[in-house]
Design a protein around this ligand. Sequence first.
Ligand code: KG4
Ligand code: ZN
Length: 353
Amino acid sequence: MFYLCTSIFIPNLVETETIYILAIESSCDDTSAAVLCNDKVISNVVATQKIHEEYGGVVPELASRAHQQNIVPVVHQALLRANIDKKQLSAIAFTRGPGLMGSLLVGTSFAKSLALGLDIPLIEVNHMQAHILAHFITDENNPKPSFPFLAMTISGGHTQIVKVNDYFNMEILGETLDDAVGEAFDKSAKILGLPYPGGPLIDKNAKLGNPKKFPFPKPKVGELNFSFSGLKTSILYFIQRETKTNPNFIEDNLNDICASIQYTIINILMDKLKKAVKETGIKQVAIGGGVSANSGIRTALKNAEKNYGWSTYIPKFEYCTDNAAMIGIVGYHKYKQNVFTSQDVTAKARYII
Ligand code: KG4
Ligand code: ZN
């Protein structure tokens, strides 16, 4: 749908300029491009790479090759759907990191070349910051949090609790010491013989199962940090033990196993969030990252609103998993602050918020 954008949508801005950002995301296995008009998304195209399904996880070399194939058509589609010409763009924002080096390099080189060719500014974006700032995309149905708030970023590569003081002033209060929560979902799914990415499949099956059927131990990790590798091992040993006596154990109990795994993971996340709220006194809680698509965490947060008086913020489904719209909103706020990036920039696989 064509979205007409004029400066009337930005009443709080001093400037009257209409800013068009083309954003590019290629940090893992999704190639995405979006066009934003100020803080509104006018197109957001995502090409998901199916090739990894048969390998049970992302194969970095295949991911970067697929990004190379996808990037031109994806950017073309994003501009087409936004119904704007390249010449109207104000700047190009791209994911600099963190992520897979080969994947990041495709988006970074493409963004640099296009910005150079069009002679417009380049804006580098931290992917994890983008998962948090996705909450500032203007959308009638989703209210925006006010500062300060707590953000829990839960994805395939990260698990962090962050205190967000301002757009670009964030403090990491706790993080995983080993696997990310998305990996816990995906690796558990792999043990059950489910294809990659297993998170959404565990979620789907969990809806039909009994979450208390198979209790799994919760890790004992201090402060606001997380650990998920022990859980994965206990699920593996449990399945090995049970399939010895019943080779069909997984098929016979799939929904209950998925529900029990999901219940354990959500409890681990919620326990730490409660601790973070208690320690900071901040009751505004936002989530971001692929695992925020999970129905269990969404329900748990809604219940926390009723039970503990929290205000919770859950991104629109399409802004939970990797997408360029969230890169674009960071680009927009950097543009307003005149924070641009030089052509010397290179991708950064490890990039702390
Ligand atoms: O943010 P994201 O798209 O990519 C990274 O930056 O990692 O997150 C991907 C992760 C995968 O581990 C995937 O299994 C998980 O998000 N995920 C889910 C669900 N949807 C995606 N995990 C649990 N339940 C879901 N519904
Ligand atoms: Zn992500």
